[in-house]
Design a protein around this ligand. Structure first.
Ligand code: FAD
Ligand code: DLZ
Length: 519
């Protein structure tokens, strides 16, 4: 009797449901497979993070007494797919049962559905209870509602988890302290960069492999400083709680050149591959509040991101079904401009965000939403191309979290299932939140013409183009009123300016070499 327990690259948690039975009569299977490296051609740093974290996790399991069968990318006979490797391992070990924790995406769930047939062995799929809201609980919550509003979900989650609650009421008597956040950082503020971890022998081997096999992928591999073990990820968590959390809320939406991370956590790569759990990071933040080490606006804001947004987008992903990505509310068809890969554009905010993600495999939320996503939506890029770009470039990107954020929140391609209005903004918003505009070749104050910040005309042109779809949205009435008050002449000049800019957009090009060393 041998139970085969496949552990996927984003399931690197010792408390994983499928590992709870203990090591007796079980073989853990971990596989590096080409299919997972090229369903999109991930940033080099992301592949290095996953492979190194997988290898470290496998040896931790061995140390704990598990029998681990680890298949490396270049091992002889590696079939390159999850299903092929599970079938080979089932034969190798004479498996009589397969136990797996549910995967993070529809694509892999469909593969797992085929494992019993491929192996002739029964397959048990366990819920992934590293998330605080199960898929069925979310479906029940969503099914009872006309509109899915994150804030409602978040309050339920506060009650359910007891986080920042006191006698059934929110601590401080307010559920959401966002009104106290989003300040403009004063000059001279010190920002606590997240810790960088020197690559050990295992990581160095993986870095060599990535250079050799994935050298043509997007992004810089060096310097590589991600945590690749749970112990290191815990150091990153402690560092965030001690040095960044206290100001997390205040400057959450700010963008500063040369400061990629500000007071953000930079924990999503670790949360999403399993090195940290959602529950432990929110508990750590709540404990900092209890000790008086971090103020409520910071801790509430952070807790909301995790038990609110993170759980909510995951719930939507599974609840909306495998066809969620197929909608295209604005009928957007433009190719993604080449400068999303190169950063070669005069739009300083876009260029800086792209060069940052190339270097770090990271942008913070507002760069993702209000610069890169906003621009793609305003010019009408095909949502599928935008989604692919986001999956490629970020170290924390997995479809369950990327798709709702991009398709729903950022591109409004779902027509408003996830968000109540498109996150569209002109140059004034970017100027308020960032320090890019003063250094940009475009004039953020000018509305039309060759030197005007293109976001300005594009914003109005977007609203005008999609009036039929958006006109009944009460959150946009004030904007349409503003547009109407411009009058026909200025409207025509604005739309002509937007059209002239869009005509200059460079043709699409991928950010990777198409054929790199067989990967
Ligand atoms: P912080 O700003 O410090 O926030 C703390 C934590 O809250 C994050 O680590 C993350 O786990 C969670 N969180 C915050 N906002 C969200 C959100 N909207 N959805 C889910 N979790 C959230 N996040 C991903 O993890 N993977 C993605 O592929 C991803 N794609 C995104 C695409 C777009 C267009 C947008 C607008 C957001 C996306 N996000 C994604 C959400 C968010 O931008 C990142 O989680 C965050 O920037 C990660 O950096 P951080 O750890 O420093 O986060
Ligand atoms: C992202 C990724 C990559 C690049 N490679 C692997 C791999 O070789 N083996 C593996 O088990 N997982 C990998 N992953 C993470 C998976 O893509 C992820 O586990 C699935 O998408 C399920 O969510």
């Amino acid at each position: 009797m041998t139970t085969l327990i496949p552990v996927l690259g984003d399931q690197l948690s010792h408390g994983l449901a499928s590992l709870r039975g203990g090591p007796a009569e079980a073989v853990v299977l971990m596989v590096e497979v080409v299919d997972e490296t090229r369903y999109v051609r991930h940033h080099k740093k992301k592949i290095a993070l996953i492979f190194s974290a997988m290898r470290h996790f496998a040896s931790e399991l061995s140390d704990l007494g598990w029998t681990v069968d680890y298949v490396r990318l270049d091992d002889a006979g590696n079939t390159g797919s999850f299903t092929g490797e599970v079938a080979r391992a089932a034969r190798r070990h004479g498996a009589t049962a397969i136990r797996v924790t549910e995967p993070g995406e529809w694509r892999v769930a469909a593969m797992i559905d085929g494992w019993a047939a491929a192996t002739g062995v029964p397959v048990e799929v366990l819920p992934d209870d590293r998330f605080l809201c199960s898929r069925s609980d979310f479906a029940e919550w969503a099914g009872a509602r006309k509109r899915l509003i994150m804030e409602d979900f978040y309050r339920e989650m506060r009650k359910r988890t007891g986080l920042l609650m006191s006698f059934g009421k929110p601590v401080g008597n307010r559920w959401n302290l966002d009104a106290d956040n989003r300040k403009v950082p004063p000059r001279g503020l010190n920002y606590p960069a997240p810790p960088a971890f020197a690559p050990d022998r295992v990581t160095r081997q993986v870095l060599d492999l990535v250079v050799e096999r994935f050298g043509g992928h997007f992004g810089d591999l060096a310097p590589f400083g991600f945590a690749t073990t749970r112990a290191e990820a815990l150091v990153a968590l402690d560092h965030f709680i001690a040095y960044a959390l206290p100001r997390f809320g205040d400057y959450q939406d700010a963008i500063r050149e040369g400061q990629a991370f500000l007071y953000h956590a930079v924990l999503s790569p670790y949360l999403n591959c399993g090195l940290l759990t959602a529950r432990e990071v929110v508990d750590a933040a709540a404990a900092a509040f209890d000790r008086g080490d971090a103020p409520l606006n910071a801790v509430e804001g952070f807790v909301r991101q995790i038990i609110g947004w993170r759980e909510y987008v995951r719930g939507i992903y599974w609840w909306a079904g495998p066809d969620y990505s197929k909608s295209n509310a604005f009928g957007a068809t433009r190719d993604l401009p080449a400068f999303y890969w190169t950063g070669d554009t005069d739009l300083r905010c876009v260029a800086q965000s792209v060069s940052q993600v190339k270097r770090e495999a990271y942008n913070h939320h507002i760069q993702r939403l209000m610069i890169l996503g906003n621009f793609a939506m305003l010019i009408g890029v095909d949502p599928a191309q935008v989604e692919e770009w986001y999956l490629v470039v970020y170290a924390d990107a997995y479809e369950w979290v990327e798709l709702p954020n991009v398709h729903g929140m950022s591109q409004f391609a779902d027509g408003g299932l996830l968000g109540s209005k498109p996150y569209a903004g002109g140059g004034a918003y970017i100027d308020r939140m960032s320090d890019h505009c003063g250094k940009c070749r475009y004039d953020v104050k000018a509305k039309v013409g060759e030197n005007a910040c293109p976001f300005n005309a594009l914003y109005w042109d977007f609203l005008a183009r999609h009036r039929e779809l958006l006109k009944d949205n009460s959150r946009l009435w004030r904007m349409y009123d503003g547009w109407d008050r411009l009058g026909p002449e200025r409207q025509a000049a604005t739309r002509a300016s937007a059209a002239a800019f869009m005509a200059t957009l460079p043709a699409a090009a991928r950010g990777w070499a198409v054929d790199d060393a067989g990967a």
